[in-house]
Write a protein that binds this ligand. Structure first.
Ligand code: ZN
Length: 347
């Protein structure tokens, strides 16, 4: 058995495990030689919801916490969790289709992780993405909307024994609050400061300008407390297009969700892993038209997603989907109908 997501235009084949609410069973069942450690004992609505919350809170629950990619040492970190409106997360796709692919709560919300990466290469310590950040950044109303989990990136780093003062670079795919929220933190005096004071923060120049101008369809997603402290501290490193950031780490502009969003490409040991940012936030977004209502350029998102999937399949790349609440790393295949299929990667 395997955790599988298929995509096409509207070709939404339901994931039987999701439909049955057996996240952990499905993931354990496809581990090499492994037997499921735990099977959910109840399928009542309340139990199912509790399990969904646990899955969202845990983030990349079925991913290796640390792996080697040639000279790159990569650690997968939980940057926190949140819930977003399911309709907004799937744009024009009708609920009877998208709700077969994901869990949905009584408020029509779906759980999302914010998976971050810590990479060591060539003597550099690099973070990719920072999640939603501290809970104190959000109002009571926002907590009601998003039901943020208790964790955020800094406690995850501390649990892994990583000192925030030792980070050299922070790569942000874009500056929406659920990606850049952990870039700054409370300074203890009512203000905010860069969470990683020695680091340069790498973001596309166009994305930074759009953030400053508030060029977004989601109200308040470019938050002042996530941006101003970076500018004030002079820690921004603005990129103009595709660029090599460190040996084995490149950024690549993947327009669609925002005009200047960048994906991150990790290469080492003959393997490639791509973090495509919100071009495809979860495995349920593999279908070409499974865009989000938050996308500034939905058509470009669809085209760029299709091209990336083809390229990734041809190159046998893996995808690291930062907001999938069940799994981080995915392999790509094509089914007999020509649709791309994602399979959870466990090696
Ligand atoms: Zn976004």
């Amino acid at each position: 058995m395997a955790l599988v997501m298929t995509g096409g235009l509207f070709g939404a084949a339901p994931n039987p495990f999701v439909k049955r609410g057996l996240y952990r069973f499905a993931l354990a069942a496809q581990a090499p030689g492994g037997q499921p450690k735990r099977k959910w004992s109840s399928r009542t609505a309340s139990n199912k919801l509790r399990c969904m919350e646990a899955a969202a809170r845990l983030g990349p629950i079925a991913s290796p916490p640390k792996f080697q990619l040639g000279d790159l040492t990569v650690r997968v970190l939980d940057g926190g969790s949140l819930w977003l409106d399911g309709g907004a997360m799937f744009g024009i796709i009708p609920k009877p289709i998208w709700s077969q692919r994901v869990e949905v709560d009584a408020q029509n919300r779906i759980p999302l992780a914010t998976t971050c990466l810590f990479v060591e290469t060539a003597g550099k310590r690099i973070l990719i993405e920072t999640g939603c950040g501290e809970r104190l950044k959000y109002s009571e109303k926002e907590h009601g909307f998003f039901s943020f989990g208790h964790n955020w990136l800094l406690p995850s780093l501390e649990a892994a024994g990583i000192d925030r003062q030792t980070i050299d670079l922070v790569i942000l795919t874009h500056l929406h609050f659920d990606h850049a929220g952990g870039a700054t933190m409370s300074d203890g005096r009512g203000g905010f400061m860069p969470t990683f004071p020695r680091a340069k923060y790498v973001v596309q120049r166009g994305e930074w300008q759009d953030a400053i101008d508030g060029h977004a369809v989601m109200t308040g997603t470019y938050r002042r407390e996530n941006l101003e402290p970076l500018e004030r501290a002079g820690v921004l490193a603005l990129a103009d297009g595709d660029a090599e950031i460190a040996p084995g780490i490149r950024v690549r502009v993947l327009a669609g969700h925002t005009r200047h969003q960048q994906g991150v490409v990790l290469c080492g040991g003959g393997e490639t892993i791509v973090q495509p940012a919100d071009l495809m936030p979860t495995s349920a977004h593999v279908g070409l038209r499974f865009n989000m209502s938050y996308d500034l350029l939905p058509f470009e998102n669809m085209v760029n997603k299709g091209n990336l999937l083809k390229e990734a399949e041809a190159g046998r790349w893996k995808l690291l989907l930062g907001q999938d609440p069940r799994h981080a790393l995915w392999r790509i295949e094509t089914d007999s109908g020509g649709r791309h299929v994602l399979r959870a990667s466990v090696d």
